[in-house]
Design a protein around this ligand. Structure first.
Ligand code: NAP
Length: 241
């Protein structure tokens, strides 16, 4: 029986872990990418009942991405990655006036250049097989822009625009490209935020859970979502649309 493979960048923790688990439940063998937290990545792997493998690389490092994907492909000559979830991301918040060039660059390198590096490495087999699903994890910040996050907002806004452009390039080959734009979701990334104050502005009056984002990503990654492409879907409890 053929195996179907999905790659989730930043799959070790948070939203990425929940997406790995969702795709596993949908029948995928899941390639769990991460950059440094091996213990967390192994926890994700253990939750997939033997239907995953770890693929460690820094999405911002184009050579490392290429080497990892080519290595995987050489070991699996009859298979291809048919679902890619570009989820890896970091935030380094600061007002622009105080922002260090490194804070700007590292956030763009991870979310936006990471999208290019990984997508570039996996898209060709999707086109050849005339089937693929790419889901990009953007953010409310990429739609609205949030103060203190010019770097992150630019990265996620760029990711949304790239989603729309790439979707039009590959639609004829039955490859869909969509983005999700979460609001505040309970993960390590929002640790330290003042949840009690922030949730007063959220119509649903709470932060979301990673599993709620994973359910949306799972749908966009499914065969059922075949006529949705170039979309960005907000998932934010009504905070912004
Ligand atoms: P998280 O808990 O901080 O997890 C981040 C994940 O990204 C980890 O698996 C981390 O790997 C990985 N990662 C970071 N830099 C990487 C790199 N250079 N190469 C490969 N992997 C890298 O974050 P999260 O909240 O789940 O966020 C996931 C995505 O959702 C991000 O793109 C984030 O911007 C977006 N998002 C989050 C929220 C929210 O409220 N949480 C809202 C909107 C959008 P290690 O474990 O190895 O460090």
């Amino acid at each position: 029986m053929n195996k179907y493979y999905a790659l989730v960048t930043g799959g070790s923790r948070g939203i990425g872990r929940a997406i790995c688990q969702k795709l596993y439940r949908m029948g995928y063998e899941v390639l769990i990418n991460y950059v440094s937290n091996t213990a967390a990545a192994e926890e994700t792997l253990a939750s997939l009942d033997g239907h995953g493998e770890l693929l460690r690389f820094d999405v911002a490092d184009a050579d490392a991405v290429k080497a990892a994907i080519e290595g995987w492909q050489a070991a699996h000559p009859d298979d291809y990655i048919e679902v890619l979830v570009n989820n890896a991301g970091i935030r380094k918040d600061n007002l622009l006036i105080w922002m260090e060039p490194g804070e700007w660059k590292s956030v763009l390198d991870t979310s936006l250049n990471g999208f290019f590096n990984v997508t570039h490495a996996v898209i060709q087999p999707m086109l050849l097989h005339k089937y693929g699903r790419i889901v990009n994890v953007a953010s409310l910040s990429g739609l609205k822009g949030l103060p203190g996050q010019t770097n992150y907002s630019a990265a996620k806004g760029g990711l949304i625009a790239a989603t729309k452009a790439l979707a039009q390039e590959v639609a004829r080959k039955k490859v869909t490209v969509n983005a999700v734009a979460p609001g505040f979701i309970h993960t390590d990334m929002v640790e330290g935020l003042d949840e009690a104050t922030l949730k007063k502005d959220i119509p649903a009056a709470r932060f979301g859970d990673p599993e709620e984002v994973a359910a949306l990503v799972g749908f966009l990654a499914s065969r059922d979502a075949s006529y949705i492409t170039g979309e960005v879907i907000s998932i934010n409890g009504g905070l912004y649309s």
